[in-house]
Design a protein around this ligand. Structure first.
Ligand code: ATP
Ligand code: MG
Length: 507
């Protein structure tokens, strides 16, 4: 057993990741009185989208699930899941039964950690049934122990890592030998929606597909595709610092005025712009949360105006020009700087307020008097341009490292400014962390994840890492949280090089 081979004092002698993995396996054996069969792992990610391409990176912080399979008794048609957490004071032990037919029940109205496992379980079982020709089968029981190091609710997508690692664990436990990464991502995207928050696909992609030393180029059209972009070697070495604000937007409370409202605003911006530009066909259906997007508007515009049949085939530099043109058109057409009311939007679209609400604002709750279509469209379109610019810098870097790093940094800074002023998803704490970092030598700083608190990401030359950390401690953490513990202070900042995606480790 793991216990015999690696007794506790051996584990104490190890450091870092090796120690954490062994601790998980030993704990597993202590709790369940048998060794784990395998560990499923998925990392967090940093950097965001609107069906335009994105460029997230996996970080080194991750979520591990140690798993032992409990085969079914022949007579038994339900199986049991027992799930525990290394951090048992925050995440209490849970047990539940998996029905052999139908869906796993999830109560999304409560904020319950095991829901994220259940949503991965539900998605994986659907996939397994599909693979078995739609036949019902009895899923195995499982004993599970979870250990996560991704700060949760902090914009690093601990939820996606959890769902991806769960779906991977369930798929493998039920006998699949090969797990297709695209299938895994697609099922994890759909699964996480069961927990009640709208998710776009990037988090799960980054968690599953990332490769060490790369950023992941994710495109959603026509279907989800990814490509790893290697970071060029630079002098000084390129490092990302991730700093938490320790302020958190509770999505269940602020979703209706922040996150979900932005989804609605971006969708309405696309519809209103399409009307103002006189497009004839309806916007194409896509995988966005409300079925249409600014990306779809761009495709339709170029189809109707210039006969571009498949805009997915347009080369990047042409696409860049298109984006700039759509940006210009959006500035000329969406002129209401103080936003649009429901009445105004309904009248532009030629529909009743009732059908506007039914189509756009009833899927998830939003509360607002005015929809800031102009600002949101500008943010989304310029962000798409910045992703393309960031990519081309990585793919054809300038000769000297300094101009590469300055170039990348300037894009991050422009992004933060747009998040703050046009998308209104920053907050004073995020702004302050960015200001402090830039003053201490960072090349570029921005929020990451949904915003409104959570985390920030900073491109920092290796020789400035200590200076940046120091100024944050003094000017941010100790000032905002005078009683902060040393442990919490250590957790506040993660030094991260682009890390690797999901994998499975057989014990
Ligand atoms: P964001 O979605 O902003 O990128 P996030 O994914 O970390 O950040 P949420 O989507 O709110 O934030 O998900 C956080 C939830 O995921 C927690 O409330 C908890 O239920 C679950 N979770 C995350 N990490 C763990 C963990 N290590 N153990 C158990 N549950 C966890
Ligand atoms: Mg999340």
């Amino acid at each position: 057993s793991v216990n015999d081979i690696y007794p506790h004092d051996v584990i104490r002698g190890l450091n870092g990741q090796a120690r954490r993995w062994l601790h998980l396996l030993v704990k597993f054996q202590e709790i369940y009185k048998c060794p784990a069969d395998f560990v499923s792992r998925s990392p967090g990610r940093h950097i965001d989208y609107m069906l335009y391409e994105v460029l997230p990176m996996a970080i080194n912080a991750d979520l591990l699930i140690a798993v032992a399979v409990r085969p079914l008794e022949a007579s038994d048609s339900t199986s049991k899941i027992r799930i525990r957490n290394i951090n048992s004071s925050k995440f209490a032990d849970r047990e539940f039964l998996v029905p052999s037919k139908g869906d796993v029940a999830i109560d999304a109205s409560v904020n319950e950690w095991s829901n994220y496992f259940k949503s991965g379980l539900r998605g994986a079982l659907e996939l397994l049934r599909r693979k078995r020709g739609g036949k019902e089968f009895s899923p195995v029981g499982m004993d599970l122990l979870v250990d996560g190091t991704i700060p949760s609710g902090g914009g690093l997508s601990s939820s996606a890592a959890f769902v991806c690692a769960s779906a991977l664990a369930v798929t493998v436990a039920n006998g699949e030998k090969m797990v297709d990464k695209t299938e895994l991502v697609e099922l994890a995207v759909v699964s996480e929606r069961a927990v009640g928050v709208n998710s776009g696909g990037m988090d799960q992609s980054a968690s599953v597909f990332s490769l060490r030393g790369t950023a992941l180029y994710v495109s959603f059209m026509p279907t989800l595709r990814t490509r790893a972009i290697r970071f060029p070697a630079t002098q000084p070495e390129l490092t990302f610092l991730i700093a938490q604000t320790f302020v958190q937007a509770d999505k269940h409370v602020t979703g209706p005025v922040n996150y979900n409202l932005r989804v609605v605003e971006c969708t309405l911006a696309a519809e209103v712009l399409a009307k103002k530009l006189g497009l004839k066909k309806p916007l194409p259906k896509d995988a966005g949360p409300l079925g249409v997007s600014l990306r779809g508007l761009q495709d339709l515009y170029y189809e109707e105006m210039e006969g571009v049949a498949d805009n997915n085939k347009t080369p990047p530099h042409e696409f860049h020009k298109q984006l700039e043109h759509i940006l210009q058109l959006s500035k000329e057409s969406l002129t209401a700087t103080a936003g649009y009311t429901r009445e105004e939007i309904a009248s532009i679209l030629g529909i009743t307020i009732g059908s506007l609400d039914e189509r756009y604002t009833s899927r998830f709750p939003v509360h607002t008097e005015r929809f800031l279509l102009r600002q949101r469209a500008q943010h989304v379109l310029t962000e798409a341009l910045r992703v393309l610019d960031f990519m081309s810098l990585l793919e054809s870097p300038p000769e000297d490292s300094e101009s590469l790093l300055r170039g990348l940094g300037a894009i991050l800074n422009a992004s933060q400014q747009s998040c703050r002023d046009l998308y209104n998803c920053s907050c004073p704490e995020l702004d302050q962390l960015c200001q402090l970092a830039l003053g201490a030598g960072a090349y570029g700083s921005r929020l990451t994840g949904a915003g409104w608190g959570g985390c920030s990401v900073h491109l920092v030359p290796l020789d400035k890492v200590e200076a940046v950390k120091e100024v944050w401690e003094k000017e941010y953490y100790r000032k905002h949280f005078p009683d902060i513990s040393d442990e919490r202070l250590r957790e506040a900042v993660v030094v991260s090089k682009p890390g690797s995606g999901s994998y499975l480790f057989k014990v």
